[in-house]
Design a protein. Structure first.
Length: 199
């Protein structure tokens, strides 16, 4: 079981908006392909703006405290973070540890190949089949983001802009669930924002 470090912040997980890769049904998981290309679709830009506006209307964020947006360096995540930063007048920076989970030999192939990587996750969270980054590797780097922000900030609303698998794996850590069971959670939809409980 993963133990999160002590912190005084509130954390939100935000999956990037609908992207050009989503439009084409492709897996774009390597930094060399995802950092400089494959940004948000027009639908994605609109969905992110709508999602953050709904969160503001529902008073999810403390209006007296400047929020912090920490983003994956992939273009689709950076563009999502930029929309959020503007809407909230937030501080923003990127962290490589929030990057997409690498899907090995399936990179730039049809997104139906996700299932092949997922099918062994629960049985073996350290499996590297097909060159896919293991669940254990993802959760270790995602928890490191919580350590870093916990050392840097106190009593802040911190919005982590990331990707589907990394977001759900991190949510497992917050929820006290074995990260290998990340596919048992409701799918983190594009532009969806979740407040995760602290323990």
């Amino acid at each position: 079981m993963i133990t999160l470090p002590f912190h005084t912040n509130r954390y939100f997980i935000l999956r990037h908006g609908h992207s050009e890769a989503n439009e084409q049904g492709l897996i774009v998981s390597s930094p060399e392909n995802g950092i400089g290309a494959w940004g948000l679709s027009e639908k994605g830009k609109a969905d992110v703006a709508q999602s953050i506006e709904k969160a503001i209307q529902n008073e999810w964020f403390n209006p007296r405290i400047k929020p912090v947006v920490v983003s994956s360096p992939f273009l689709r995540a950076l563009e999502t973070a930029s929309i959020v930063k503007k809407a909230l007048k937030a501080e923003q920076f990127s962290d490589m540890n929030l990057r997409e989970r690498f899907f090995g030999e399936f990179d730039l192939k049809e997104n139906t190949n996700y299932e092949k990587g997922w099918e062994s996750d629960e049985a073996d969270p350290e499996h590297p089949r097909f060159g896919v980054e293991s669940v254990q590797s993802v959760v270790t780097r995602m928890v490191e983001v919580i350590k870093r922000t916990g050392r840097r900030y106190n009593e802040k609303d911190i919005i982590l802009v990331t990707h589907g698998d990394p977001g759900q794996i991190l949510q497992c850590a917050f929820d006290g669930i074995d990260p290998a069971k990340h596919r048992s959670l409701p799918p983190l939809e594009t532009a969806e924002i979740r407040l995760v409980p602290t323990r």
